[in-house]
Design a binder for this molecule. Structure first.
Ligand SMILES: [Zn+2]
Length: 384
């Protein structure tokens, strides 16, 4: 074997062992050897190196069945940090996340819907620096940052092609923010970031086939297929908000007629509600439902029907092990869960029903921040 190849293989093995410890911790050296098929001697050497570099620590002694004692290994959370950011129309969230996926610092600030791109970036820089300072995080331990936002994203080049919510078009977000902060920057669609968190430590932990659906001001999905994010040709796979559900229905902001989003997005529900009553926000619709006002009951019954219809179609196409529902509508209006489940029971094809779990995200409003930070660790960490 060439020297260069040897070096590369060593490096790959080391990254593999670290990944296994991270995903399976606490784990013994013997178990790692079993999973990787590497010799116990190689595992011991690699673990020693990882220990010296601060990635891995020994946790506890356990006695295995045959009376042998084994030390379990764990990863050190404080060995490095990444910054996860969620950008949307009115709100920016920033979190500093350690190597075991804990958000150790978090803040959010208001964004004006018509704010200029440059101004949002300047605010971001200021707030990131403050958050690092206040929490005494050594900058040298921060290996990069990642941003999740709604829209069509060229994730390879870190370019926001179109984001209707932020009113951005063809902006080089990764490059521009790197120049401002000097951190490496990754950019992707918000739900694709969120599904990374679900797959690493959430409701789809270690799942090979899972779908996350976001239901709120925007409607979309992110798909894990065979253990990887499924992106399609242009990173737009999962844009279920523009699947057509009624060709003679409402006009969508995309220019088509009868898109799913025109029935279940917050804006759509609110617009229909306003035909009946003066409403300030979507919360007024939920309140009216709780007061038993028939228009609100009808409107949200229709919403749950279209959500169940979307779930049923997704299951037929991807046959995932788990489908995770998330977003503002689910968070603020938990009553809808039962209605969705009842309708799913009627709509979903029997052979798909028995193997699929319909679950709800547990990350509340921090899923994108967490997923982005974890994705930054996945993509930017390259240990020698
Ligand atoms: Zn549309």
């Amino acid at each position: 074997m060439e020297k260069h190849d040897q070096f590369l293989m060593k490096k790959q093995n080391k990254n593999l062992v670290l990944d296994i410890i991270k995903r399976n911790s606490p784990v013994s050296r013997m178990e790692i050897a079993k999973i990787t098929g590497m010799s116990p001697t190689s595992i011991t050497r690699i673990v020693n190196e990882l220990h010296e570099q601060g990635f891995v620590r020994e946790t506890e002694l356990v006695t295995s069945g045959v009376g042998r004692r084994a030390t379990l290994l764990d990863v050190c959370g404080s060995v490095l940090y990444t910054i996860g950011i969620e950008l949307d129309k009115f709100n920016v969230k920033i979190g500093i996340v350690n190597y075991v996926g804990e958000i150790i610092a978090f803040e959010s600030f208001y964004r004006d819907a018509i704010e200029r791109y440059e101004d949002t970036l300047k605010k971001l820089k200021k707030n990131i620096e403050e958050l690092i300072d206040i929490n005494n995080i050594p900058s040298t331990k921060i290996i990069g940052l990642a941003i999740g936002l709604p829209g069509y994203i060229d994730y390879k080049n870190g370019v926001v092609k179109v984001s209707d919510q932020l009113k951005w078009k063809n902006v080089k977000l990764a490059e521009d923010l790197k120049q401002l902060t000097s951190f490496s920057v990754i950019v992707d669609n918000e739900l694709k970031m969120k599904v990374v968190a679900e797959n690493f430590m959430g409701m789809a932990k270690d799942s090979q086939n899972a779908v996350l659906v976001g239901i709120g001001s925007g409607i979309g999905a992110a798909i894990i297929l065979n253990g990887e994010i499924y992106r399609g040709e242009s990173n737009n796979a999962g844009e279920i908000g523009h699947t057509m559900v009624n060709p003679t229905g409402n006009v969508c902001n995309c220019g088509k007629i009868g898109c799913l989003a025109t029935y279940i997005s917050e804006g759509a529900i609110l617009a229909d509600g306003r035909k009946v009553k003066d409403l300030d926000s979507i919360d007024d619709v939920f309140d009216a439902y709780r007061n038993g006002e028939s228009w609100a009951v009808n409107l949200l019954d229709r919403t749950s029907m279209y959500i169940a219809l979307a779930i049923s179609n997704i299951l037929s196409i991807y046959n995932p092990e788990v489908i995770i529902l998330s977003g503002n509508t689910i968070e603020k209006f938990p009553e809808i869960k039962e209605a969705i489940e009842q309708k799913c029971d009627l709509y979903i094809w029997e052979p798909l029903k028995e193997k699929t779990k319909i679950v709800y995200s547990q990350f509340s409003n921090r899923g994108v921040v967490l997923g982005a930070a974890i994705q930054a660790q996945n993509k930017l960490l390259d240990i020698e």
